[in-house]
Structure formats: C-alpha cells, structure tokens
Design a protein around this ligand. Structure first.
Ligand SMILES: Nc1ncnc2c1ncn2[C@@H]1O[C@H](COP(=O)(O)OP(=O)(O)OP(=O)(O)O)[C@@H](O)[C@H]1O
Ligand SMILES: [Mg+2]
Length: 471
C-alpha cells in the first residue's frame, strides 16, 4: 500500500532528463548572453575611447589652426597698416570694410567703415577733366583698373594720385574690391623739376640754334627788302613786287614763330595748345624744309583727322627736325613719305593714357641708323653729324611728351621711320570772336604812345592807311 502510494506520488522534475537539458541550455544561454554583453561593453568602451581620442586630436588641431589663423590675421593687419599707400577694401557694393592708417593720413580721418566709397572719394582724370570711378569700373568689369594720374578729392583734400583697384574673388564670384591710392604730388613736382633742369641746361644751346635760324630768316628779310628797295628805285612795280612783299611777310612770320618758341621754353616748356589743322602744319613745314632739295615728298593723309589741340610752334619745330634729319640722311635722291592717321584708341604696347590718338609717320629712304646708335638717338647731344648739336630729337621727344604723346623709331639699311603719337583732344570752344567785324575807324583820332621810334613810324603809317588822325 505504501509502495503504491509512493509510486502514485508525482516524480520530482529533477528526476526528469529533460529538466537537466533545459537547465543546461538555460545556463549556457545565460552565460553566452553575459559573455556577449561583456564583449559588447568592451568593444563600446574601445570605440568611445578611440572616438574621444579622435575628438581630442581634432580639438587640438582646431585650436592650433585657430591660433595660426589669429597670428596670420594679425600679420595681415600689420602688413596692411604698414603699406605706405592708402589701402581701402570694399565689398561688392562699394561699402568700406577695411582701411589702413595711411588712408587716414592721406585724407585726414574722414574714411570710416560702413561708408560708401563712391560718395566718399571722387576721381577726375587729369587729361580729359572727366570723372572716373575705378571701384565701380572694377566691380563692373571684374578686372584690374589702373589710373596713373588722376585728381582725387576726399573730404577737404584734393590730391594728385595714382589708383589701382583690383577685384577680390571667391570661387569666381566677385565679393569685393581692394583699392590702393598713392599720392604722386611729390613725384610730379620732382618730374617737373627734372624737366626744368634739363630744359635750363639745353636752353643755352637751344637759344644758339634758334639764333642761328633767326639770323637766316632775318637775312631773307634783308634780301627781300633790298630787292624791293632796288625795284622801287627803278619804279618797276609789278606782280613780282607783291610776291616779294609776301616773301617778307612769310619770313617775319617764321621769325615770330621762332621768338615765341624761345619764349615757350623760357616759360618752362609747357605747350600753349590751340585747336588747329595738323595736316596743314605738316605740309607747310615739310615743304619749307625740302624746298630746293632732291628729296621727293609723298603724303598719305587720313581726311578724318580733323582739328584738335596742339602747340603749333612747338610741333612745327618737331616736324622741321624730323624732315631735316630725313633730308640729311638721304644723301642723293630719295623719298620721304609722311602719313597722318586717326587712332580710335591708344596704340597697344605703349605706356600712354587711354583715349584717341593721331599717328604721324615720317619714313625716309635714307641710309638708316646703325643698330648700336638706335637706343641713343634721343639722348641729349648725341649726334653722328659733323655740325649737329644732337638736340633735335631730344627736344622733339620732350615736346611730344609735353603734349601727352610719344615718339618711336625703327630703322634698317633701307631707311628710317619715326612715328609720333599725339593725343587727339579738343577743348570746348566757349567764345568765338568774330574777327570779320572791323571797327569803323574812319576819322577816328588816335593817341599813340611808345618809346620806340620804329613802332611809332609803323603804327602811324597804318593808321594813315585806315583813314585816322593820330598824335
Ligand atoms: N632719319 C634719320 N636717318 C638716319 N639717322 C638719323 C635720322 N634721324 C636721326 N638720326 C640719327 O640720330 C642722331 C641724332 O639726331 P638729332 O636730330 O637729335 O641730332 P642731329 O641731327 O645730329 O643734330 P641737329 O638736330 O642739331 O642738327 C643723328 O645724328 C643721326 O645719327
Ligand atoms: Mg636733327
């Protein structure tokens, strides 16, 4: 009975095999989970450690870069402040974002950040008296804008400056403009002084040359006057007589031209410009010089050249020099070809301001200039001639430069070509005097005062012809 009871009681589970299997599986599974968690934890720790290391490294380099950037920024600012010219940096609208001390020194503390450079500073181009805006031009063109000589007004100050505006670009997009303004007042004064000094040095020799020419002209006047005297004595009044009187007048005009040339030099060499016809001036001068020589002259004139401003006396001196040199170079017979052409813009490769130019070439078929001499021909006193002063080309170049142009030369054994570039400018005519209206002098009474007997004689003679009374 007891055994029956015992056998009837349920068997404990640990007697069952499956129980131990499940337990073993559970224990192994649990162990595996714990090992997995430990391994994952270890890997996470490793990752966190390496990330932390990486971040620390990055932080270190970031700090280092920032420090370097600060040093570079400081250095850049010091460099900008040390520039001897005014430095103004603007954004793409012209708003000032940075400027250096020299800008304040130059314009007297009137530039402050945030102002607009277009309203702050105005530039006037010297030669054409035309307003220019290098910053705006730079923004619009996206390229470098350079003005070698402009008048700059900022606040109360007006200065002669050179200005360079360069674009600041980021990934091909213009983000601003950097403008450098240099005060050239001293440099211009120095240049003027140097020119004056050179002119004074050569003035003596120039005066001697002019006096020599002057003498020849006076001899012509004397000769014509003597012929006139002889003819009048014989009372042989004819057309020849009129021609001779015309000859006297022409010679006197040339003499007047020489005197005024001398005066021009005495005043510092500045051209006294007047609107005129360059073609006519060239023809008159060249024909005067080549008259009686075996040189054939050929003209090639561009009729569109028209009138522009130049100093007639000074330029006739240049054309006379070039023609004389050509005639002297053409030993026997040869040809001198003169061309005049209008250039709508400045010739390429020459350091000249922008604008329209007139190009004049004198090409001769003479013996040419030796290669070893070509770089020396514009030097004062350089001559290969027995009786040359070596000042012809020096003064010619100085005159053309005073007009704002230049002269270039090319030569071979077949001949020489001089090219003159003159800026084509014409001032607006404000007042035109009507010379044709003659005052009615008939029966007028004129009092003449002069300390020279010959002037009194001439004036009284003229007044008599005009029908006036004089005292
Ligand atoms: N057309 C030319 N052909 C050949 N050589 C020239 C020509 N023009 C100038 N030269 C050379 O250049 C030199 C300098 O010329 P420049 O006119 O200055 O003085 P110059 O003619 O010698 O003297 P000056 O003008 O006082 O008579 C000349 O001596 C000559 O050697
Ligand atoms: Mg000469």
């Amino acid at each position: 009975m007891f055994r029956k009871w015992v056998s009837l009681a349920p068997r404990p589970v640990y007697y069952e095999k499956e129980f131990w299997y499940i337990l073993a599986i559970l224990i192994i599974g649990g162990l595996l989970v714990i090992i997995g968690i430990v391994a994952w934890n270890a890997s996470l720790r490793k990752q966190v450690k390496s990330k932390t290391q990486q971040l620390e490294n990055e932080l270190y380099w970031h700090k280092k870069t920032q420090e370097q950037l600060l040093v570079e920024k400081e250095r850049l600012l010091i460099t900008i402040q040390s520039i001897g010219d005014a430095f103004i940096s603007t954004d793409d609208k012209g708003t000032v974002i940075l400027c250096n001390k020299q800008a304040d020194v130059l314009f007297g503390n009137v530039i402050s950040l945030g102002q607009n450079i277009h309203t702050l500073i105005s530039f006037t181009e010297h030669r054409h008296n035309k307003k220019v805006d290098p910053v705006r031009e730079c923004i619009e063109s996206g390229g470098l804008v350079v003005y070698h000589h402009v008048e700059c007004t900022c606040g109360q100050k007006t200065l002669d400056v050179s200005v360079v505006s360069s674009p600041v670009k980021f990934e091909d997009m213009l983000i601003g403009v950097v403008t450098i303004i240099r005060d050239i007042t001293d440099m211009l004064a120095m240049q003027d002084e140097l020119i004056k000094l050179q002119q004074f040095e050569s003035l003596g020799i120039l005066a001697a040359g002019i006096a020599h020419d002057f003498n020849n002209i006076l001899m012509a006047i004397m000769g014509n006057a003597e012929i006139l005297g002889l003819m009048l004595a014989k009372e042989k009044i004819s057309k020849d007589l009129i021609d001779i009187v015309e000859g006297i007048k022409q010679s006197v005009k040339s003499a007047q031209s020489l005197t005024s040339q001398l005066l021009t030099y005495a005043k510092g060499g500045k051209p006294i410009k007047k609107s005129g016809n360059i073609i006519q001036l060239i023809k008159d001068t060249v024909e005067f010089v080549t008259h009686g020589t075996s040189v054939k002259v050929e003209y090639n004139f561009d009729s569109s050249v028209g009138n522009f401003d130049f100093d007639e006396h000074q330029l006739s001196h240049v054309f006379r020099n070039l023609t004389l040199n050509a005639v002297q170079s053409i030993e026997n017979s040869g040809k001198l070809t003169i061309t005049v052409k209008s250039l709508p813009e400045k010739p390429k490769g020459l350091e000249l301001p922008e604008g329209q130019y007139v190009m004049i070439t004198f090409t001769d078929t003479g013996k040419g200039i030796a290669p070893e001499n070509i770089n020396r021909i514009f030097e004062p006193y350089f001559t290969t001639k027995e009786k040359g002063t070596g000042l012809g080309l020096t003064t010619s170049l100085s005159i053309v430069k005073q007009h704002g142009g230049t002269i270039t030369v090319s030569s071979s054994t077949k001949g020489t070509m001089f090219t003159i570039y003159l800026p084509k400018e014409e001032m607006p005519v404000e007042f035109v005097k009507d010379e044709s209206v003659q005052p009615d002098l008939l029966d007028a009474f004129v009092l003449i005062l002069d300390d020279r007997e010959d002037i009194l004689d001439v004036t009284s003679g003229m007044l008599e012809i005009l029908g006036c009374h004089y005292d």
